[in-house]
Write a protein that binds this ligand. Structure first.
Ligand SMILES: [Zn+2]
Length: 251
């Protein structure tokens, strides 16, 4: 039987900064979360989610007005002073941002795990094929989104975009640093990468809006800034409500 001391000794390092994990929050049924003593990131010890968790029920028809409100903010933060070009959204979900980007003149493409995302794209009148279904979780980084699974080993990244957007995506993976690096591979020179994710500095306990079983790692604002991919400069970073965002540009 594990004593408190041995339990602490066997904790892995923080996946964001390598520091020691500290305070344990048992937030059932979501799971048990730990706060990193060094960077303040919040993470679960488990590194994966059951395959069937992102099923047809995952993108319900609720809070749609909130999705539109947030998507207008994403559009403003991510595209300020940027001429429309080619945009890729990873996990567009309800596809509100894709629709706003398309209306603003962007050529849009989305990849999502959830079948309902395709339906949402159709509902907003986006052309068939705008959203492609991809299983993010059947492949370890480096991910080549848009390349068939069987061909990924050798396939170079050929699709480059002027804007790559991932909102509420990083936290669904055990290692957000790897995910950002993968996203970065799809950004054209001079293009932008925008990520938006929970801010664990706003964590209030079991009732916090971002306490979910599917949220594996939530990097703190300083940890997120430390994940800037090689060859990128940070344009802006901000905190808003219970969330944070970072806008990067490929040099
Ligand atoms: Zn840390």
């Amino acid at each position: 039987m594990a004593t408190e001391e041995t339990t602490e000794n066997t904790l892995p390092s923080c996946r964001c900064c390598g520091g020691d994990l500290g305070l344990e929050h048992e937030l059932l049924p979501a799971g048990t979360f730990h706060t990193c003593r060094r960077c303040g990131s919040l993470q679960q010890l488990r590194t994966s989610i059951p395959d069937d968790r992102y099923n047809d029920e995952y993108l319900p028809d609720v809070d749609l007005e909130q999705h539109w409100i947030w998507s207008r903010r994403y559009l403003e933060w991510a595209t300020e002073e940027l001429a429309p070009g080619r945009a890729l959204e990873i996990a567009p979900g309800h596809c509100c941002l894709l629709k706003l980007l398309a209306d603003a003149g962007w050529k849009v493409h989305g990849v999502d795990l959830c079948p309902r995302s395709v339906e949402w794209a159709e509902k907003w009148g986006l052309p068939p094929g705008t959203v492609e279904l991809t299983d993010f979780f059947q492949w370890q980084p480096p991910i080549r989104w848009g390349v068939p699974l069987a061909e990924r080993d050798e396939a170079p990244v050929t699709q480059e975009y002027d804007l790559v957007v991932a909102t509420h995506f990083l936290e669904h993976f055990s290692d957000p640093r790897d995910v950002i690096a993968d996203l970065a591979q799809h950004v054209a020179p001079g293009g932008r990468l925008f990520v938006h994710t929970p801010n664990p500095f706003m964590f209030t306990g079991a009732g916090w809006v971002h306490v979910h079983d599917v949220h594996l790692t939530m990097p703190s604002p300083p940890a997120l800034m430390g994940m800037l991919p090689v060859g990128f400069a940070r344009l802006e970073a901000g905190q808003f409500s219970d969330d944070q965002w970072m806008l990067m540009e490929r040099q």
